[in-house]
Write a protein that binds this ligand. Structure first.
Ligand code: ZN
Length: 133
């Protein structure tokens, strides 16, 4: 079962520049910056209540997020839901006709295991499932 919105991912060209808005204008606290090699991105997390804002910047031209930025520009990139059993959630999505990008979990930020659901299954919203490591 999905528990909560874990974070909202926002695709950006410049992590440091965008972080200033969340920190200085909105007054959110920067939790940390981390590189996620498997997805060729650098992320910055801001905690807000029970959830987080995740700024996502590509570290390579062939990162999926670089392609996203070229096509759609900066903005909301994905929504991530927390789960206690990611394998079960993947099976559940597939059993009910959803299409996974990741059939098996892969390493995400903060040691979490994550899997993405194809946006074609969810009316254009890239959806991430995440289980804490
Ligand atoms: Zn994410």
């Amino acid at each position: 079962m999905l528990k909560k919105v874990d974070h909202i991912g926002i695709a950006v060209h410049d992590l440091e520049e965008t972080a200033k808005f969340y920190r200085d204008v909105l007054g959110m606290e920067l939790q940390g910056v981390e590189e996620v090699a498997t997805q060729k991105v650098k992320v910055a997390f801001f905690k807000i209540g029970e959830t987080n804002i995740e700024l996502v910047m590509p570290t390579s031209e062939d990162s999926p997020v670089a392609k996203y930025l070229q096509k759609k520009g900066e903005g909301i990139h994905h929504i991530c839901y927390a789960t206690d059993d990611i394998e079960k959630e993947i099976e559940n999505v597939k059993a009910k006709g959803g299409r996974m990008i990741d059939e098996t979990p892969r390493p995400g930020a903060h040691g979490a295991r994550v899997a993405f659901i194809h946006p074609k299954s969810s009316k254009g919203v890239l959806t991430e499932l995440s289980q804490k490591g």
